[in-house]
Design a protein around this ligand. Structure first.
Ligand code: AMP
Length: 401
């Protein structure tokens, strides 16, 4: 069974074609700069073909058509015809409170995803548009599945997901904490429980998904009980260009002082803050690590803030769960930065966390235990695409029964 996994971002469309007989990635690629001039598709196949084709994409519809073209023709061809694609799994940013798990896509589901546009303005509309384009290109007979970033966090209790603002705004506008990166948090936490044989026992796990966007979740007995991102992915940790949590009165203070419109304020918090805003140098964690080694004070401050905030989350989530059995690192920073992991874990011996220095510095690119204390610390490379593909197969197989 060949599954096409689609991850439509605000101006990009990533894809993977996976053979689910052996979970082998046949081809993958990315359509970049959608809606902006200078569009580009990069495409790699398992036979070692690498393509980079300049091609303008006015919208996600044209990007989807292009990826179908490169999969089925030319140098990067990996299938004769779209009929070889058994089903399509779509990553969806926001499922509101309606979608608590992955679901088969119907016209109503696409309409719903579109209707949550206020909760995910940059992602939900292009994701719905991509589903429509996919329907058109592949036909109604090819099942499609939506896998939501928010659904894993839907098990949070109301005391964790409510904000202390008038209740009517929750009722009127669905304002609450949703959490994101759910597919990654789900994969990493459940994979850890499986490989350590703790699946059916009691467990208290903190997952640190640390990348350009970062979020942390508390997973008790396999279910998410709290997470750092909120109504939108702006909340929680300081990130590449996102501020993370700030005192909410800073928003009105700055709007008054600088005369910012709501859109401008939004841009400051989402695009000009975080590592970039603090360091004045870069949004990329590796750049900051290198610069701080060369004595760049604000680059070091950005790194220090990030690591300190993560340490606080680990402590608070251990308190929320009544203890801690494991801390799991994933994402570009979580998987690759031994320095970040060492500094985050330093001083957490009181929680049973003690890193094995040699293991922490050893790069395996695989699941890897890096602790020697009572509380386990692991690196678990995330695999969101495979999780989407597995959900797709599971739902499609149920359909056939
Ligand atoms: P992601 O969004 O998960 O792809 O992660 C991207 C982030 O991981 C970027 O900020 C990279 O600089 C960061 N990153 C990747 N490798 C390293 C590394 N060896 N040390 C520190 N940060 C890294």
């Amino acid at each position: 069974m060949k599954i096409l996994v689609i991850n439509a971002g605000s101006s990009s469309l990533k894809y993977q074609l996976i053979d689910m007989e052996n979970e082998h990635v046949i081809a993958k690629g990315n359509c970049e700069r959608i809606g902006i001039q200078g569009g580009l598709i990069t495409h790699k196949t398992d036979a070692g073909v690498k393509l980079e084709v300049r091609c303008d994409f006015p919208s996600h519809t044209e990007a989807f058509e292009k990826l179908v073209e490169v999969l089925t023709s030319g140098e990067g061809k990996v299938i004769e015809d779209v009929s070889e694609i058994s089903a399509v799994g779509h990553r969806v940013l926001h499922g509101s409170e309606v979608y608590k798990e992955s679901t088969l896509i119907t016209d109503k589901v696409i309409e719903d995803i579109d209707s949550f546009w206020e909760l995910g303005p940059l992602h939900n509309p292009p994701q719905a548009a991509t589903m429509r384009a996919c329907r058109k290109a592949l036909g109604n007979a090819v099942p499609m599945v939506a896998v939501f970033d928010t659904s894993f966090h839907q098990t949070m209790p109301d005391k964790a997901f409510m904000y202390g603002i008038p209740y009517e705004y929750y009722e009127k506008y669905s304002i609450r904490k949703y959490g994101f990166h759910g597919t990654s948090h789900r994969y990493v936490s459940s994979h850890y429980l499986e490989i350590t044989g703790r699946k059916d026992g009691e467990s208290r796990v903190v997952v640190c998904h640390l990348g350009n966007g970062s979020s942390i979740s508390a997973v008790k007995n396999g279910k998410c009980v709290d997470t750092s991102m909120g109504l939108t992915p702006l909340d929680g940790l300081i990130m590449g260009t996102r501020s993370g949590s700030v005192d909410p009165s800073i928003v009105t203070f700055l709007m008054n002082k600088e005369g910012f419109t709501p859109d401008e304020m939004n841009a400051v918090l989402n695009k000009k803050s975080g590592f970039l805003g603090i360091s004045g140098l870069s949004s990329d964690a590796r750049d900051l690590v290198n610069a701080s080694k060369e004595g760049h004070k604000r680059a070091k401050l950005a790194c220090d803030m990030f690591r300190y905030q993560i340490k606080k989350y680990i402590g608070s989530y251990a308190a929320a769960m009544g203890g801690l059995d494991a801390v799991l690192f994933t994402g570009g920073i979580g998987e690759n930065s031994d320095e970040a992991r060492a500094e985050i874990c330093e001083g957490l011996e009181f929680l049973g966390i003690e890193l094995d220095e040699t293991e922490n510095k050893t790069r395996t690119g695989k699941d890897h235990k890096i602790s020697k204390g009572k509380t386990e610390v692991w690196i678990i490379p995330t695999d969101e695409e495979m999780t989407i593909a597995r959900d797709t197969v599971e739902l499609v197989e149920k359909l056939g029964k």
